[in-house]
Design a protein around this ligand. Structure first.
Ligand SMILES: *Cc1c(COP(=O)(O)O)cnc(C)c1O
Length: 384
């Protein structure tokens, strides 16, 4: 007799498997920003968020090693107890200055950041409006908040406005939350218009710049660079994509950051980021500031592909090739892999039902020749 927990899990995984939705981990050795080794084969990856190749940058690695030597391998406690290495205040100052904000708060990860930020500023009696395609952790934060949560149609200002008009008056506070660059579609939120709408309805705006910072906007400034005049109350981003490490941050006014540091549960009740991650992020910021040509490369590579395939011009380093059924996306990925190209298929519930896709991510180190080979390999899978 199996116990009921195991039976429950088995029934669920069997069903996911039948729908081709079961996820499995495939050991993958990343050799640098571009090449990976899987099952004894070398592949060129178009599935890493390491947009600038900084996971393997010598200066970034050296900074992490040096920080371990000086500060140890771990933070040892919550930042509010003894885990607040001086490096992290320096990182917060750097990030705030870059984003033109008074202050910043570094979190353990992007998921933790959004799961903590939203409930700090919204609770029962409040209203949270979330773009339907926003990242899972924004939704997690919205649900944890206990506020009334409404989805608005993707990048649809009219839908957002009508929902604000209907529900804003009944709520004490309202928060609008969206990705800046959408993680599975690569398109960009209309942040300028969102900011105007939020002001008109006295709503606060949270923009998640996980895929923007280091890639889009002047100097890789992210969404802040694309929409310099927008009021973005909470400028959230991660240290794990273009910056090549791990962790996350939010930039805002000093009182907003002070409240987060006292009240965000995913800040207060969790261990501080390891010093090596903080030092790596600082070194990554140095590289971004010193090498504008590196920052410009991912978008140029993405545009090389969209030009080759006659797709709408890429606006970020992410280009989705929507295939439809999950089984067919798996087939497409296998065909690419046979040609030495890694494009991991993204399936529901990460993307809406019926929109399984190859999510192509371009990085500074991708040779043009590899992008051209990818274009040729993807062409047969484009919708007619
Ligand atoms: C990756 C991602 C996150 C989560 O960040 P982690 O640091 O990986 O936890 C949050 N938001 C968006 C839009 C992301 O793509």
């Amino acid at each position: 007799m199996t116990d009921t927990l195991t039976a429950f899990a088995r029934a669920k995984t069997d069903r996911l498997d039948a729908e081709r939705l079961l996820r499995t981990l495939i050991p993958t050795r990343r050799l640098d920003g571009v090449r990976v080794e899987r099952g004894g084969r070398r592949l060129i990856s178009f599935s890493c968020n390491d947009y600038l190749g900084l996971t393997h940058h010598p200066a970034v690695k050296a900074a992490a090693k040096a920080a371990i030597e000086v500060h140890g391998a771990g933070a040892g406690a919550s930042r509010l107890v003894t885990g607040d290495t001086p490096l992290v205040s320096e990182l917060e100052r750097r990030l705030a200055a870059k984003k033109g904000a008074e202050a910043a708060c570094v979190f353990g990860s992007g998921y933790l950041a959004n799961a903590g930020i939203v409930p700090t500023f919204a609770g029962p009696g409040d209203l949270v409006l979330v773009d339907e395609l926003a990242h899972s952790c924004i939704w997690a934060g919205a649900k944890l908040s206990g506020a009334q949560v409404l989805a608005f149609r993707h990048n649809d200002l009219a839908d957002l406005e009508s929902k604000l008009a209907a529900a804003r008056a009944g709520a004490r506070h309202a928060l609008v939350a969206t990705d800046g660059v959408f993680s599975m579609d690569g398109d960009i939120a209309p942040v300028g218009d969102l900011s105007r709408l939020c002001r008109a309805h006295d709503a606060w705006l949270l923009v998640d710049d996980a895929h923007g910072f280091g890639v889009v906007g002047e100097g890789g400034l992210g969404v802040r660079g694309l929409f310099p005049d927008a009021r973005i109350d909470l400028q959230m981003g991660t240290l794990s994509k273009a910056l090549g490490g791990y962790g996350a941050y939010v930039c805002a006014t000093a009182p907003v950051i002070a409240l987060l540091k006292s009240r965000a549960r995913t800040f207060v009740y969790t261990t501080g980021l390891p010093p090596a991650n903080v030092a790596a992020a600082l070194a990554a910021l140095d590289v971004i500031e010193a090498e504008p040509e590196r920052v410009a490369a991912p978008l140029a590579k993405a545009r090389r592909l969209t030009r080759a395939l006659n797709l709408p011009e890429a606006r970020s380093a992410i280009v989705p090739i929507v295939i439809g059924p999950a089984a067919k996306a798996l087939e497409a990925a296998a065909a690419l892999e046979a040609q030495g190209l890694l494009a991991v298929p993204i399936r529901p519930p990460t993307v809406p039902d019926g929109t399984a896709r190859l999510r192509l991510a371009f990085t500074a180190g991708h040779p043009d020749e590899a992008v051209d080979r990818l274009a040729a390999a993807v062409r047969p899978w484009l919708a007619p």
